[in-house]
Design a protein around this ligand. Structure first.
Ligand code: NDP
Ligand code: 2IT
Length: 450
């Protein structure tokens, strides 16, 4: 009996949900990806024969470990560490580490699953992985963060390597954490290799990596606007959620292209500054002092601060850039954005829009750049950092930035063309999933049942 593509995809999804109970974010990402892949399976019945999708949805390896450390009061604390090595068909596992109290296996698996397709879209040879911990760096001293990172790496080091698995940053993991992690890796192994990306410029980091996700997001959205005859960032009003690494550098590049960013947020609330959010103040508050965004109104009394995250989407804007976390735009927020005349949404965060919100954007004709395409600039530049480390060489800022821009423009067109080829013109969600899976599927088929 032959199975239809639809039957096959539903059976894989059903099994995935049954086998991974409670992993809601993983189910959500899998539903979105699988519904696009049905179109690919229709054209490749041999993938059913090879049970490709069931293999694709099962991580190659999951490591869960204890991370004990001693806080400044001398108390012993215990956190849980994760590394999901999801898919190595096209290159070593690659993906960030997230340190946030909400981290659990389902969240790391959703991020790892998305990462496979995102990394493939960059056109560079990197597989998909993700990791992290439920450790909360907020309110911890530098010494506490260092002791935690050292303990985390004391287990992780045996699972990673420059040609095996190369972690980087994500929420709660920036230059400080990468530095402590790298120092401990080097001490444990005695090796000076490109085992992590997002490193400091003094010890093997790449120019533009810090800015890359935010800059890349703007390059992607700009190309999406132009290709659809909607102008460019020039003169557009932009709302950006979050005020971390991605949000800050999205603001910087959008502003340099003539946009006005009128609102930003953190996990407590948002600021609205009709004159344009002053980025130097945000950098001082967030990057230097690690304070709350509510501090902003002290320096800019004409701006307002509102408690709560969701309200930011009530502010009328031309372009919305969710750059904080998953599921931060629900159906009601999406409807409000559409009603207020928003023409484009670019996901700097991973899966910031719920499935319902995504459907509302697509049905309303809002240009929608899904995270795995729009935020791929970070990991793309990480792969460029790996290349430079392998060559023991460092490219100039102009060289890296030009490569990043070129990659983002190519990703947009790959998603656009796949969407057209599969009769979903303008649907970059489907386009990105289809364009991303092609190389991975081909590599898995050629490598046999592994
Ligand atoms: P940061 O830790 O630098 O910043 C995160 C920002 O989002 C902070 O403003 C934070 O507020 C806010 N935030 C975090 N969690 C929540 C939450 N549960 N609810 C509301 N706000 C929240 O992280 P990044 O900027 O690196 O990451 C932001 C997003 O971009 C994530 O989805 C990440 O996966 C994605 N991403 C990151 C890449 C990178 O290279 N760094 C690459 C591609 C995607 P607060 O300070 O209050 O916690
Ligand atoms: O979600 C992501 O793509 C990242 N956090 C960046 C991963 C990386 O390896 O640079």
């Amino acid at each position: 009996m032959t199975m239809s593509a639809q039957q096959y995809v539903s059976s894989v999804l059903e099994k995935l949900i049954a086998k991974n109970p409670g992993e809601l974010e993983f189910h959500q990402a899998a539903k979105e990806i699988m519904s696009s892949l049905e179109l690919v399976i229709e054209r490749h019945p041999e993938y059913i024969e090879a049970n490709l999708l069931e293999r694709f949805a099962e991580p190659e390896r999951v490591v869960i470990f204890r991370v004990p450390w001693v806080d400044d009061m001398g108390r012993v604390q215990v956190n849980r560490g994760f590394r999901v090595q999801f898919n190595s068909a096209i290159g070593p596992y690659k993906g960030g580490l997230r340190f946030h109290p909400s981290v659990n296996l389902g969240i790391i698996k959703f991020l790892g699953f998305e990462q496979i397709l995102k990394n493939s879209l960059t056109g560079l040879p990197i597989g998909g992985g993700k990791g992290g911990s439920d450790f909360d760096p907020k309110g911890k001293s530098d010494n506490e963060v260092m002791r935690f990172c050292q303990s985390f790496m004391t287990e992780l080091y045996r699972h990673i390597g420059a040609d095996v698995d190369v972690p980087a940053g994500d929420i709660g993991v920036g230059a400080r954490e990468i530095g402590y992690l790298y120092g401990q890796y080097k001490r444990l192994t005695g090796q000076y290799t490109g085992v992590l990306t997002g490193k400091g410029l003094a010890y093997g980091g790449s120019l533009v990596r810090k800015e890359a996700t935010g800059y890349g997001l703007i390059y992607f959205v700009d190309e999406m606007l132009r290709a659809n005859g909607k102008g460019s960032f020039d003169g557009k009003k932009v709302v950006i959620s979050g005020s971390g690494n991605v949000a800050i550098y999205a603001h910087e590049k959008a502003t340099s292209m003539g946009a006005k960013v009128i609102a930003m947020s953190d996990s407590n609330g948002f600021i609205f500054d009709p004159n344009g959010v002053d980025l130097d103040t945000i950098k001082e508050i967030k990057e230097v002092n690690r304070q709350r965004i509510s501090e902003y109104v002290k320096a800019h009394p004409h701006a307002t601060y509102t408690e709560g995250c969701l309200g930011i989407w009530n502010i009328p804007c031309d372009i919305a850039l969710p750059c904080a976390t998953q599921n931060e735009i629900d159906a009601a927020a999406a409807r409000t954005l559409v009603k207020n005349g928003c023409i484009a949404v670019g996901e700097g965060a991973n899966m910031p829009s719920t499935i319902e919100a995504t459907d509302i954007f697509l049905e309303s004709g809002v240009l929608f750049g899904p995270g795995k395409a729009a935020n791929a600039g970070g990991v793309a530049t990480s792969a460029l950092e790996m290349s430079q480390n392998s060559q023991r060489y460092m490219w100039t800022l102009e060289e890296v930035d030009a490569k990043l821009k070129n990659i983002m423009v190519n990703i947009f067109h790959a998603a656009d063309e796949a969407a057209k080829e599969y009769d979903r013109p303008g649907n970059y969600v489907g386009g990105a999933n289809i364009a991303g899976v092609q190389k991975v599927a081909e590599a898995m088929m050629q490598q046999g049942v592994v």
